[in-house]
Design a protein around this ligand. Structure first.
Ligand SMILES: NC(=O)c1ccc[n+]([C@@H]2O[C@H](COP(=O)([O-])OP(=O)(O)OC[C@H]3O[C@@H](n4cnc5c(N)ncnc54)[C@H](OP(=O)(O)O)[C@@H]3O)[C@@H](O)[C@H]2O)c1
Length: 228
């Protein structure tokens, strides 16, 4: 059985991606920094007849990342799919002329440096897969070509995540590494006015996790490749 790990997966797009990937026949690791919520989410998927386990993982805490690798490795030397889904939308990011460094740092730590460290930590396990994939859950807010003055912390944190995608994609052509934009999704982050469901948001993640011959080094949404 193939193994997939999804960060920040106890709710929202991450939980739905875990459900869809498990339905495709994977054993999924629900990872979250909130232990009770993460365990409950894994139990929920098991109650639906799916293969799911919980592992504690705070993407901003290197000791927590190493501990998660040990837990996963005790079950399997191979990881087939890593979904870097955990992310924050920091409040108080106003505009760039007054952006506090602390707010920018918070966004960079969770949305870019976290996925970097998690990917580095699981890279040896991914390289043992016959068809390894990393899906970085980014956002069109990180696109440079039409970036304006909105979201000066969140947007650039996703731009850096996209650069990390390109770096890993260039490192080993055997590993499919892509950035995706889920669209504006009804979740804790997206709010209830968003037009898309978590199911719709997670579809592109599942597609890249499960399709034959996945692309690499691309930025994608449901409709296909999008500009950086
Ligand atoms: N919703 C949208 O419209 C939209 C659009 C574009 C991109 N995205 C991206 O989609 C991803 C999922 O977001 P969502 O919409 O599903 O929102 P969400 O419900 O707020 O999910 C975010 C998840 O990330 C977790 N998280 C945050 N910091 C973490 C950390 N340091 N370690 C581990 N987990 C952490 C959160 O858990 P805690 O409770 O522990 O914080 C939560 O489970 C994010 O990367 C987001 O940027 C969302």
């Amino acid at each position: 059985m193939k193994h997939a790990l999804i960060t920040g997966a106890y709710r929202g797009i991450g939980l739905e991606a875990a459900r869809q990937i498990a339905k495709a026949g994977f054993h999924v690791w629900i990872s979250a920094r909130k232990v009770e919520e993460g365990e409950a989410a894994a139990q929920k998927l098991r109650d639906e007849g799916l293969e799911a386990s919980f592992v504690a993982l705070d993407v901003t805490d290197e000791a927590s990342i190493q501990s998660a690798v040990q837990t996963v490795r005790a079950h399997s030397e191979v990881l087939d799919v890593l979904v870097n889904n955990a992310g924050v939308y920091p409040s108080g990011d106003g505009d760039i002329s007054t952006l506090p460094a602390s707010v920018l740092r918070e966004a960079l730590e969770a949305n870019a440096i976290g996925p970097l460290l998690v990917t580095q930590a699981f890279w040896p396990l991914l390289q043992k897969s016959g068809s390894p994939r990393v899906v970085n859950v980014s956002s069109s807010a990180g696109r440079l070509y039409d970036m304006g003055a909105e979201m000066p912390a969140y947007g650039p944190s996703k731009t850096l995540l996209n650069a990390i995608t390109r770096q890993f994609a260039g490192l080993d052509e055997r590993v499919s590494v892509n950035s995706i934009c889920p669209g504006w999704v009804r979740s804790e982050m997206g709010g209830q006015n968003a037009p898309r469901s978590v199911e719709e948001g997670a579809n592109i993640i599942t597609k890249l996790a499960t399709m034959d011959s996945p692309p690499s080094g691309q930025f994608l949404n449901d409709a296909g490749e999008i500009g950086w």
